[in-house]
Write a protein that binds this ligand. Structure first.
Ligand SMILES: Nc1nc2c(ncn2[C@@H]2O[C@H](COP(=O)(O)OP(=O)(O)O)[C@@H](O)[C@H]2O)c(=O)[nH]1
Ligand SMILES: [Mg+2]
Length: 240
């Protein structure tokens, strides 16, 4: 139970950090992407991170051990239930964690929130984040971008990750990107590998631009839309 009210997500006024959500299935490289962003923007942006795990703080420990950010700037929210609920239905735990970080490390430029790693359908509420990534990887199969869903179709940026693995898993990256673009109605798609400097430069460019956009007060959070109705382990059907 929360012991204090949460502040509603205010329109950008430049007085708080840009809040950027990172969603996508388990293992697609969300924590690694966050580590990459921290390393790339070290000395340039003041950053903090929130991870969401169901029962553990595994992702937070991974990021602390990566040594890309002071350990106290990385906090774990243990969602205790289906991870999508904490980024979509009742975001209060995460919002309090964001506000605590903004308070403790004032002024922060960027707070990254990693989702618990759900299926293809989880998205962040615009009440929690100003912008969001949805991360797929080539090892998940070349056809995954065609499967659609709100994150693939409408996240602010879709990342097709680990392109360095494409030759080993028989995936045509260009085709996967074309499929993703077709599903996204002009929204951006980035083919990324942490070992490909050109793709990392493109990531930097997008994020720098988005920080500027946020600071100017003209970034308005877009809602990718709710998850599709789905069945939980007890057989009940949920719509979010
Ligand atoms: N080959 C390759 N592996 C990557 C890349 N990014 C992440 N990985 C690996 O993918 C695995 C899952 O990454 P992780 O960040 O934990 O995924 P998460 O579950 O989405 O947070 C780890 O073994 C990473 O080292 C990449 O660009 N290329
Ligand atoms: Mg992770």
């Amino acid at each position: 139970m929360l012991d204090r009210p949460v502040e509603a997500n205010q329109p950008a006024r430049g007085r708080r950090a840009l809040r950027l959500g990172v969603a996508g299935p388990v293992g697609t490289g969300k924590s690694s992407l966050i580590a990459l962003i921290c390393a790339e923007f070290a000395g340039e942006l003041s950053i903090a991170v929130i991870t969401n795990d169901i029962y553990t703080d595994e992702d937070a420990r991974f990021l602390r051990s990566a040594g890309v950010l002071a350990p106290e700037r990385i906090r774990a929210v243990e969602t205790g239930a289906c991870p999508h609920t904490a980024i979509r239905d009742d975001v209060s735990q995460n919002l309090l964690a964001v506000e605590d970080l903004e308070h403790d490390f004032d002024p922060l430029d960027l707070v990254l929130v990693e989702s618990g790693g759900d299926n293809l359908t989880a998205t962040f509420s615009p009440a929690l984040v100003d912008a969001q990534f949805f991360v797929l990887d080539v090892a998940g199969g070349g056809d995954v971008a065609r499967k659609g869903g709100p994150g693939i179709a409408r996240a602010d940026m879709l990342i097709v990750n680990k392109t360095d693995l494409a030759p080993y898993v028989g995936v045509d990256v260009d085709q996967m990107v074309r499929d993703a673009e077709a599903a996204r109605d002009g929204r951006p798609v980035l083919a990324l590998s942490r070992s490909d400097p050109r793709s990392v430069a493109a990531l930097r460019h997008w994020l720098s631009h988005t920080v500027d956009h946020f600071r100017s007060g003209s970034l308005h959070p877009q809602d990718p839309g709710p998850m599709a109705p789905h069945t939980h382990g007890d057989g009940t059907v949920h719509s979010h």
